[in-house]
Write a new protein. Structure first.
Lengths: 202, 202
């Protein structure tokens, strides 16, 4: 294994920390970088530094932004009285792709995870509670992940927010579109039965 | 989609050019980079630049090296009269892992690919032919990939090298260890039958 320079394996080691990248993929990426053109490598490292330096959490909602206030919070056509709470900025991307939402967001930058030692105190809730106190918000939609941490976090948010007497919603949890009932995991199917929706009522 | 800064998507676009990385993976990696600590990001970009700046093709065999001559070519215990020809430096890594080889290598930095417009002239053969002319080599092992390009390249190498009257080998092509005959693709199985080896002869 000493047929290659040590710095090559140093780079492989760093790349293999990326999410979803194993050692083999990291090696392939390192080889790819070695075969890039000089200006391409310069562009890659400069862009990493630029993104890291200029993208910061939005002062209002914690979304990624190059400005103090992100493009959603500063968009006058968005309804600031409706706030969707998500765990991570990438969740905003997913929701924006649906084109079904016209409110603003609030990013927790995490979820409550006893296993990882993330407690209620570490959720970035202060700025949201301040806005609730100032009665700027009428409606909260909780869009944490439908997993254990997300559900614990959702329960905690409901407790924290309910004293402010605003409408609180949780996004619907149930069977995903385009799937077949027989292939859906039983936890999801069970939840879909519990959360069943009336379509005709006598 | 304009909920995120443009430079974020610039970085995603660059990362998605990496081998085996789709747009979703590239997004996850870009998010990961944004969540790294400042010294980790510095380490990442510095290591990319370092690897790119200091790793160059070995003067003798084209293997990646931080020295003018790579660690294999400069290793006095390796047999310089046996040369294994591979397409890419990463093939050296794979062969070294077997611990079955004590000769040196020669890296073509490519293979003949009519589809990609890579012709015989673009194979880096000159330095190898010079060594054959100086009668420094007794044995050549061709270890190009067992695919179309690799086979065309192997045939071309045999033509080019045969005038020098050295032993030429091709690595064995056949059924891989640890597999089951019923699951092996028919091209490989057919080749394994053609290349069958006598075990007992009367």
């Amino acid at each position: 294994m000493n047929s290659f320079p040590k710095i090559f394996f140093d780079l492989v080691e760093i790349i293999s920390r990326f999410p979803g990248i194993g050692k083999r993929s990291a090696e392939r990426i390192a080889f790819f970088i070695l075969r890039m053109k000089p200006d391409e490598v310069k562009q890659l490292t400069a862009k990493i530094e630029e993104v890291y330096q200029y993208i910061k959490p939005c002062r209002i909602c914690n979304n990624f932004s190059t400005q103090e206030v992100c493009s959603i919070c500063s968009n006058s056509s968005r309804d600031k009285s409706i706030v969707c709470i998500v765990e991570e900025p990438k969740d905003i991307l997913a929701i924006e792709k649906t084109s079904q939402y016209r409110g603003v967001y609030y990013v927790l930058l995490g979820s409550i995870s006893p296993l990882e030692g993330i407690t209620e105190e570490e959720l970035n809730l202060r700025k949201l509670l301040n806005r609730l106190e100032r009665k700027e918000i009428k409606e909260i939609i909780i869009a944490t992940d439908p997993d254990n941490e997300g559900e614990i976090t959702a329960q905690f948010l409901i407790e924290k927010i309910s004293p402010y007497k605003v409408k609180i919603y949780r996004i619907a949890i149930g069977v995903p579109l385009g799937t077949q009932i027989e292939y859906i995991d039983s936890a999801t199917l069970g939840k879909a039965l519990i959360e069943k929706k009336a379509v005709l009522d006598f």
